[in-house]
Design a protein around this ligand. Sequence first.
Ligand SMILES: Nc1ncnc2c1ncn2[C@@H]1O[C@H](COP(=O)(O)OP(=O)(O)OP(=O)(O)O)[C@@H](O)[C@H]1O
Length: 431
Amino acid sequence: MSGETPVDAPLLSVDDVAVSLGGVRVLDGVNASADSGTFVGLVGPNGAGKTTLLRTLNAALTPDRGTVRIDGADVSGLSAKEVGRLVATVPQDTSLSFDFSVRQTVEMGRTPYLSRFGGMRPRDQETVERAMARTTVEQFADRSITEISGGERQRVLLARALAQDTPLLLLDEPTASLDINHQVRTLELVRDLVDDGKTVVAAIHDLNLAAHYCDDLLLLGEGRILASGAPESVLTEATLERAFGANAVVSRHPVTGSVYVTALPDRPTGGDAEGRIHVVGGGGSAARYLYLLSAAGYEVSVGALNEGDSDTETARQLGLDAVTVDPFAPVDPATRETVRERIERADVTLVADVEVGEGNLANLEAVRAADEVVLVETRPFAERNYAGETATRIYEGIRSRATVATPDEVVGAVTDAVARVRSRSPSGPAR
Ligand SMILES: Nc1ncnc2c1ncn2[C@@H]1O[C@H](COP(=O)(O)OP(=O)(O)OP(=O)(O)O)[C@@H](O)[C@H]1O
C-alpha cells in the first residue's frame, strides 16, 4: 500500500470517519490530514470526541465507516506490531497498576521491534536511553512507576512513546497534570520533535498553549470538525461561541504574538452605573477597562484607535463606540475632532497607560478638553513616550488635574469622578 503513496501525500489522512460507542454516534464524517513534520492540536469542549478520534487514529477503535491511513497504510488492515511501528500514544489516563520500574516502562516502547525470543539489542537500549534523556526521566529510572508523581509519570509515558520511534505521535492532554514549567518544557520538546520531522496530533484543552505551539488546529464539536487550519483561522470569536458556547475575546499575546483567547464570564450587562466614559488606549492597554466599565453599566466610547488594534477588537466585541483610523495610520485632524467631541460629551475621560508616539499624540491633545480625567499609571510616562518634549508637556498638564489610579482602582476612581461631575451639574451630563 505505502509503495503506491505519492511522495507528497500527507503522513496521516482521515477520510469520512464515523465511530459509535455504546450504540451512540460519537464521531461523524471526520476528515483530516497532517503532513510530515507538523504539530496538529485537537481542540474542542469536553465530550467533543477528541479522545475517541485519537483512539481511532491508533486503531484501538475500529470506525463504523471511513479510513485512517498512516504513511499510506490503512491501519485497519495492519497487525498490532505494524501499527506500533507507525504510531505511538501517550494516553490521558497515566495511572498504571503494574509495578515496573521507569526504565522497564520505557523499554516497553521497543516491543514492536523485538522478535518473540530475542531480548533488547544495543540499538534498542540506545533508543531507550535517548528517550529517557530527552524527557529528563533518567534521574528516577530505577524507581517504580507507581512511586512517582502524576506529572513525572506523564513524562515517562512520553519517553516510552519516543522509544517506539514512530513517524506519528499521539498525545492526549500531554500537559494536563504538569506544572507550568513542565507544560512549557514538554511542549517545547514536542515542538523540537516536530521540527526534526515527527508528526504530532495532540488533544490540548488550553487554547492558548495550542495556538502558540501548533501549526494547525482541528476544532471538534459534537463529533464533527467545526474548523481546521492555522490557529488564527480556527480560533475566532464565532467558532469559540459555536463550539464552546463561550463569550471570548481573541487578540494577540503582547509578548509572544500568538493568537490569544480570553474567556469572559458573560457579556457585560446588568450594571446600573450611569454616565458616559471616553477611554484613550491602544495596543491592549484599555481592554480590561472597556470590559469593566461596560459591565458596570457605563456608556463607553474609545479612541482614536487603529483598525486591527486589539483594543479595537475588544471594543467591537463589547459593542462599544470605537473611533478608529486605518491600520498604522496616524490620528488625522478630522478624527482628532471626533475624539474631542466624544471627550466633551463624556462625564469622565480615562487615559490608559498607552504608549504615546507621533501617531496617537493627537489623542492626548484632545484630552485637554476633558472635564474629569482618570489616569492609569503603572510605569512612568517617560518609559512609554516616543513623541518627545511636546508629549511630556501635554501629559504633565493632564496629570496635574487628573486622578491618578492603579489598574485595580480604575472603576472606583471613575465612579467618584462621575459623582463629582454630577454634583457640579445637577441636570446630568447633557452637555
Ligand atoms: N465507552 C463509551 N460508551 C459510550 N459513550 C462513550 C464511551 N466513551 C466515551 N463516550 C462518549 O463519547 C463522547 C466523546 O468522548 P471523548 O472522550 O472522545 O471526548 P473528549 O473530547 O476527549 O472529551 P474530554 O475533553 O472531556 O476528554 C462523549 O459524549 C462520551 O460520553
